[in-house]
Structures are given as C-alpha cells and as structure tokens.
Design a protein around this ligand. Structure first.
Ligand code: GLY
Length: 311
C-alpha cells in the first residue's frame, strides 16, 4: 500500500470510433481494459510514480493487438508500420516523443528515454538511430488482422482513404493513459500506429502537445482524427482551461461543445489535481476505463451522441 497522502487515480483509453464490433465486442474490450486498469492501479498502490504507471499502462496497451498502437498498429499507404508516442511529466511540465518509428515493441520506451535527453522529440531517422543506440530488440508489430485489412483495401485500389480498423473505422485508434499518483503528481502518455493508409511522413497528433499534454493541474490524452485534434489543440486546450480555473468537467464540456460545433471527430481522457477523472467524445464510442480508488468503471456504453462524463 502507498504511504502517500493522495488517493491515486487512473484512466486509460484504447481509441475511439464508431463501433466495438471489430474489436471483439463489448465484453472483450471491457475485459482487456479492466485487466490493464487492475495491473496499473496495483503498481500505483505499491508506490509507483505517475510517470512509471503511465509507461506501464502504455506498454500493456501497446502489447494488446486489439488496439492500434505497438503490436497491432495499422499499416500506412506503402504497407509499412510507423508508430508515434509521447510522454509528459506534469510536475516537470516536460514533453518527450518519438514520431514514425518502426520495428520496436514499445514506442513509449523511446519517449521515456527522451524525457532526460536534451533533444526530446525525435522523428523517424533519429528514432531509428536511438533504437540502435539503446540496443532495443527488433520487433515486428504486424498482425495478420492488420495485414488482411491492408490487403482488402489494396483490392479496392485504396478507394477508402483510411484503414478499416474499428473502433478506429475512420482511423481513430490510439492508446493513452493519464495518472494522478500518491504524491499528487500527474503524467500522461499516448501511443499510436496512426490513421492507417496515410501518406508517408504524415505526423500524428499523438506525439504533439495537441494530443498529449500535462502540467501540475491536469493531464490529457487524446484519440481520434489527428488533424482534428491538432486543429483544436485539444490536450493543451483542456489543460490550460483547468490551469486558468475551470473545473475539469467544465473544461471538457466547453472544449467538446466547441469541437462538436467545428465538426471534429475525436475523444479525450483526463485527470486533474483534485482527483477528478473525465472523458469526452464527439464520435460514437470511446474505449476508456478508469479506477477511482474505490471502483473500476468505463464509458463503453455511453450514448452515441457527443458527450462528456466524470467520475
Ligand atoms: N490520433 C491518431 C492519429 O491521428 O494519428
């Protein structure tokens, strides 16, 4: 058990989209998310820091082929997998990330290493060099399912603009973790295989402060269409609103009302320093689950309309 004064809080997501069907259905997704919540909350109760817990959660989600990050990432237009991940330590207000990296099991490991580097965001070439330097084992994140999806799309001569990966049926798959630890410290992490079928060199929001941001007041991880998240600068926008005095719920409500008006397609999860946990979406479903300290819950059966929730 922790000796800290603060009750740890945890929220995770495995993407957003239009349906849970291709993810194995409601119970399968719930099972995956709740198992990961239990493991990560367990290490928080043993005294893990917010950053340690975020990295553990991201790795577990990256290793779950159901979700579009790490193993199970979608393929880009040229049939290659390129992944992006970011980590933000809210106490240090320090962002690090890797963009379009290949052949690694856990892109979040690179973001963790870069937290203590003078160069904190690396693109594809630099990320590949860092993998070599760190001597991380080569890993092929391709799954049969993702290859089949790509082959199907090829048959149609790429008539659809993005991969058919539900709940990322319009390329909305990502994973993310936000934590408040026993010392009241916040961290956020996000990792993705991208939209699927994107142009080579396209940069995801997940390794930008638009998609993953934290300070001492709040932390946010986003999922959805990266271009929409960037246009709203969603993660930083919500964190700044909380920093300026809005409650987490009000910051979510205001940001998602604006997003709906602007016809954006995404979701987000967050935690603030008071221990409030929130989620929001403009699309039909957000695959998120949380631990309040008293109970595990999720938003898998939330109504399909735009909405926000709090725990
Ligand atoms: N949000 C993930 C992406 O658009 O790449």
């Amino acid at each position: 058990m922790t000796t800290g004064a603060v009750q740890p809080k945890l929220i995770i997501h495995g993407g957003a989209g239009s349906s849970l069907k291709d993810k194995g259905g409601l119970e399968a997704v719930r099972g995956s998310l709740h198992t990961i919540i239990e493991e990560v909350y367990g290490i928080l109760m043993q005294g893990a820091s917010a950053t340690e817990a975020v990295v553990r959660g991201c790795k577990l989600l990256e290793d779950e082929p159901r979700f579009n990050a790490g193993t199970g990432s979608v393929l880009q237009s040229d049939g290659q997998i390129r992944m992006s991940a970011a980590l933000m330590d809210g106490t240090l207000q320090r962002f690090s990330g890797t963009i379009n990296v290949s052949r690694v099991k856990n892109p979040i490991d690179l973001a963790l290493f870069l937290q203590n580097s003078p160069d904190r965001v690396l693109s594809d070439f630099g990320s590949a060099e860092l993998l070599r330097e760190l001597q991380l084992p080569i890993h092929n994140p391709l799954t049969d399912k993702r290859l089949q999806e790509w082959m199907e799309e090829r048959k149609d001569n790429f008539s659809r603009s993005m991969a058919n990966v539900v709940a990322e049926s319009s390329g909305r798959g990502t994973i993310g973790v936000v934590v408040l630890d026993h010392e009241g410290k916040i961290a956020a992490g996000t990792s993705t295989g991208g939209k699927g079928f994107e142009r080579i060199g396209r940069v995801s929001d997940s390794a930008m402060p638009a998609g993953n941001y934290a300070n001492s007041k709040a932390g946010i991880s986003c999922t959805g269409i990266g271009e929409d998240i960037i246009d709203e600068c969603l993660a930083a926008r919500i964190v700044v609103r909380v920093t300026d005095g809005l409650s987490l719920m009000n910051a979510f409500e205001r940001s998602f009302t604006e997003a709906e008006r602007n016809k954006r397609d995404f979701g987000a999860i967050g935690i603030d320093a008071t221990g409030a946990i929130a989620w929001g979406k403009t699309c039909e479903v957000i695959l998120c689950a949380y631990h309040t300290g008293d109970r595990i819950g999720d938003a898998l059966e939330m109504s399909p309309e735009m909405g926000v929730g709090i725990a």
